[in-house]
Design a protein around this ligand. Sequence first.
Ligand code: PMP
Length: 467
Amino acid sequence: IFSGKPNMTLPSTNSAAARDAAFVFHPHSNLKAQAETPPIIMTGGSGVYIRDDQGNSYLESAASLGQCSLGFSNERLAKAAYEAISTLGSIHSFRNISNPYLIDLSEKLLSIAPTPMARVMFQSSGSEANDTAVKLTWYYWAAMGKPQKRKIISRDGSYHGNTIITTALNGNPATHLGCGFNFPELLKTDVTNYYRHGKPGETEEQFSQRLVDSLEDLILREDPETIGAFLADITQANSGGLLPPAGYWEKIQALLKKYDILLIADEVVTGFGRTGQRWACEVYGVTPDMVSTAKALAAGFQPISALMLNERVWNVVRDESAKYGGFWHGYTWAGHPVACAVALETIKLYEDEDILGHIQEIAPFFQEQVAALADHPLVGNYQGIGLIGGIDLTDDREKRTVFGPESQLGARLTKAGIRNGLFMRLMGNARIHFSPPFIIEKDDIVEMVTRARRAMDEVNAELRADA
Ligand code: PMP
């Protein structure tokens, strides 16, 4: 395959693994270890199973990164992509250029938005949608005559993307390493982890109140007149699908209202049914000013994200843009006809096949089965909703502590899962996050939990042998 350009370092063999090691820069990867760790090369999949080029099959308990809501292949969506490329494969949507797929998708999305939304802008990733939300926050407050209201608060343990601003918003410090991040306008408040951070005897409600008080302290310390928005996913996806403690969102929203702070809901992971409702905002009664969504929007088959904004933000942004002769923001791929066609067909498929109904029907069984892993010696706690299952791992059930880095627990569990034909999403050593494709069936769930338990047993035995 390789052309052997004279200045290229060629791999020692022509195997796919050697060529991967020689040419591919993998995101979120240990680059040094890559050469010694052969890649798993995925070649296809159907339903909740994916297979590699060695003929191994794996149950994907995290739907890849949560985006593969319908599994790994789909004829109907393939046809939608084919038809769009055969008709209008690409066109931009700047300066009033439009296309039927973009218009239809926008109408459809606004008609099913969690709360009334005025407009939607498309991008290609969750990162770009959140990045756009930050820019709009700055634009909005400047237009309102409060240009100093620029600070954005996000939460520890969060992940909102990998553009420069969204990286800086991440409360996951790993994504900052090595780049010297320092953005004084981007502030952090507490992670919503009741199991780890709740005090002895503290109820969930009291814990929520403590987090809200801490947020209020931060706002007052910084000066409310400088705080533009609070950006949060409704369930904290990248802390392993953490659910908000009781009363959290009600209290948070009251606080944001008090200080006139915009709320940006990151539904990148939760949109389209993950929690058992179409939007996590619906589950927790959240009324945001802007909503970002991405992963399941086109079932993961096209890179597309959406940012919806309500009337309050839209009206101001629209009027302000006249001052500059336009709102000069957007990507070549915004409103891409193929991505929009596939997203539109995905939403239609969700409705035609009542995928939300399926999630609601299967969720109690999923919850019961995954919760049963809580008796495992590595586990301290279980928490879940819809098709989100979060297992807190601990080396001490009393103290609820996380296994130390030397244990390599997360890496070991990932490997043991793979040995047992299961992709499991580990959040470091702290948590296993189950978020399978929406189409998962009962027998898949039983298989998933059986394989997970086997992997956990193996790792537990390894750790005891090491001790
Ligand atoms: N927000 C959340 C909650 C996410 O989980 C992710 C990605 N995992 C993002 C934003 C960023 O999305 P993307 O990777 O598509 O840029």
